[in-house]
Design a protein around this ligand. Structure first.
Ligand code: ADP
Ligand code: MG
Length: 628
């Protein structure tokens, strides 16, 4: 794509992704199309905030029009809705770069979600999260943008009807805004109600009432003065007692770009060595781009009400679901963004706000377990990233962590509860990882734990494969994988009902020695298992080796370490194993069976037999023999 200046009108094709997105907008059956206006107003407000920031070092950019404002103009006769701002504006090159491509990671993530979308969930997503400028095509057959960048003489225009192309051209300076951008929508027939004053008044107040730039509404050609719909006052500077829950919710929606409600609102003023105001929210629902690697915390940094940046990484990545802003009273306004990043004031703010968010979560977990559980369900997988990224807060995060366990019946359990329920002689916190909660819960390795009434944490998230391997402990109890190493369960007595039900362990040392010898190329050991009660065999990772799930995950990512041979564990209480010990079958037959048992254990782990052809042949020999 070119970004050089545009001298004559040019027609250009949209990036493929934009075309896809536009097609969707144009054919949207989405009922709540009002969101388009929020998107346009938020772009206008962003443009005003960018100008406010640039004008710190170049006050002349403001000229004799220093008050930022956004005006919505309706023309019923022409069927148009126009949003005008006196913000930073765009050059033709800016337009080509931003209004023909998809720049924001959120939108890209949205598109990915959409292509995977089978049951029309995408339609809801538009409403929940908005998709920026292009949402104008939900209500408009034509969108025209005229803009003049602050400080420039030349103006530029952009227009599209939402099909595959747009045109970009120099604009008549006399007809362009003196500074800033005008976006005019020619409304579709079925969207003509968006030219009604009362409709727009209602929508703007509901969606954008707390945008930090004043908003006016006027009717084209009317004598009446423009009505002010929002005063642009900074909500966070008001006293808490003057702010209603609805105010907070509205503000949350405009700052977060989401359409749900905040689950937690945190509004306070830090005083003392550093002074700053904080207004942050934990969303009620889970944004679709939570795991997008480009997504950052997006906590906005203001300095005395001037928006500076949303890239200051005020919160660590594992708190990236928190939305909102910080307004500092003691960072100098004329400091560059780069210098701000390095400033000790900023690091004090980062530390202070992070601690406060976590302590707020802690408080909530104690005062309202259900509400806290809902937050953990949405964001626990993200918070757990902190267990390996933030050593200093690890203990605190372990306190916040909740787990489904073999004993929790689908509920969330804390480690505190887990440790309180330790069995006699149990010295570790046991866990099992995997992709799927149900599959983990039924894996053979858990049998011995169940028989002893030992609770096992079920860890289905990718991050669980990492933090668990970092030597983490909780109250002196190490975490131990059920698929790793000797399990030392023999010291812990069987629960009574299991003890009664399970047959006595036979002496199967002869078969164990035999299998160890014939399987030597494939396993590092064969041993009698503590962890099995009903299955005949399972494989586990050797002592001190990487956990099986982690190894699988790394292999899937193409980063497989030299694989350590697994350990085959056999169940000495299992009738089949006991019979093998006494069997008079030929050595070849016993050998086949040893291999089949290993493959069976591999298959139970979701792996393929070591040698599928050999596996098939052994199985056939066995079947033939059974049939005689
Ligand atoms: P986002 O606002 O998340 O960046 P949008 O799709 O809403 O994504 O807008 C895309 C880009 O178009 C903006 O980032 C901005 O660069 C530009 N833009 C849109 N509207 C305006 C405006 N009123 N003034 C200046 N730039 C704008
Ligand atoms: Mg936007």
């Amino acid at each position: 794509m070119t970004t050089e200046t545009v001298k004559a009108p040019e027609t250009r094709a949209f990036e493929a992704d934009v075309s896809k997105l536009l097609h969707m907008m144009v054919h949207a059956v989405y009922s709540d199309r009002d969101v388009f206006l929020r998107e346009l107003i938020s772009n206008a407000a962003d443009a005003c905030e960018k100008l406010r920031y640039e004008a710190i070092s170049r006050p002349e950019l403001l000229g004799d029009d220093p008050q930022p404002r956004i005006t919505v103009t309706l023309d019923k006769d022409a069927g148009t809705l126009t949003v005008t701002d006196n913000g930073i504006g765009m050059t033709a090159a800016d337009m080509a770069e931003t209004l023909g491509t998809i720049a924001r990671s959120g939108t890209k993530a949205f598109m990915d979600r959409l292509s995977a979308d089978k049951n029309g969930e995408g339609q809801q997503l538009i409403g929940q999260f908005g998709v920026g400028f292009y949402s104008a095509f939900m209500v408009a057959g034509k969108v025209e943008v005229v803009s003049r960048r602050a400080g420039e003489d030349e103006a530029a225009s952009w227009a599209s009807d939402g099909s595959g192309t747009y045109t970009i051209a120099p604009a008549d300076p006399a007809a362009a805004p003196l500074r800033g951008t005008r976006v005019r929508l020619t409304l579709l027939d079925e969207a003509k109600s968006y030219a009604e004053l009362h409709t727009i008044e209602r929508i703007v107040k509901a969606q954008s009432g707390h945008v930090p730039v004043a908003i006016f509404l006027e009717e084209a050609g009317s004598e009446e003065e423009a009505r002010q719909l929002a005063d642009g006052a900074a909500l966070w500077t008001k006293a808490k007692s003057d702010i209603t829950e609805d105010d907070y919710a509205d503000f949350y929606r405009s700052v977060a770009g989401q359409f749900d409600k905040p689950a937690v609102t945190l509004h306070y003023r830090a005083e003392g060595r550093h002074e700053y105001s904080v207004l942050t929210f934990i969303p009620e629902s889970k944004p679709f781009d939570l795991f997008d690697p480009d997504r950052n915390g997006r906590i906005k940094l203001y300095v005395r009400r001037v928006f500076i940046t949303d890239e200051a990484e005020i919160l660590p990545r594992y708190l990236r679901f928190v939305r909102g802003l910080v307004d500092s009273a003691d960072l100098p306004l004329n400091m560059s963004r780069e210098m701000i990043q390095e400033s000790p004031v900023l690091s004090a703010i980062q530390k202070g706000v992070s601690n406060r968010v976590l302590s707020e979560l802690e408080k909530l977990s104690l005062s309202d377990a259900d509400r806290y559980a809902a937050i953990w369900s949405n964001f626990g997988a993200v918070l757990k990233e902190g267990l390996y990224e933030d050593y200093e807060r690890r203990a605190q995060l372990l306190g916040l962590a909740r787990f489904k366990t073999t004993a929790s019946d689908g509920e969330w359990r804390s480690l505190k509860d887990y440790v309180a329920a330790l069995k006699e002689n149990q010295t570790a916190i046991f866990y099992a990882t995997g992709d799927d909660l149900d599959r983990i819960a039924t894996s053979p390795q858990l049998e011995g734990f169940k028989a002893r009434g030992i609770e096992v944490l079920l860890l289905p998230d990718q991050v669980d494969n990492f933090w668990t391997t970092m030597g983490v402990d909780y109250e002196g109890k190490p975490f131990k994988s059920v698929t790793q190493g000797a399990s030392d369960l023999s010291l812990i007595p069987l629960a009574e009902e299991s003890a009664d039900a399970s047959p006595p362990a036979e002496d199967v040392s002869g078969f164990v020695a035999f299998a160890r010898e014939v399987l030597a190329d494939h396993v590092s050991d064969v041993r009698i298992s503590d962890r099995l009660t009903t299955s005949a065999v399972c494989i586990v990772a050797p002592d001190n080796a990487m956990d099986l799930q982690l190894e699988k995950m790394l292999a899937a990512a193409g980063r497989a370490p030299e694989r350590e041979k697994p350990v085959l564990e056999v169940n000495a209480r299992h009738a089949l194993i006991a019979r093998l010990e006494q069997s008079t079958a030929s050595e070849d037959e016993r050998r086949d069976i040893a291999f089949l048992l290993l493959d069976e254990a591999r298959i139970a782990e979701g792996e393929a037999p070591a040698d599928p052809r050999a596996f098939a042949q052994r199985l056939e020999r066995l079947m033939a023999k059974t049939l005689g």
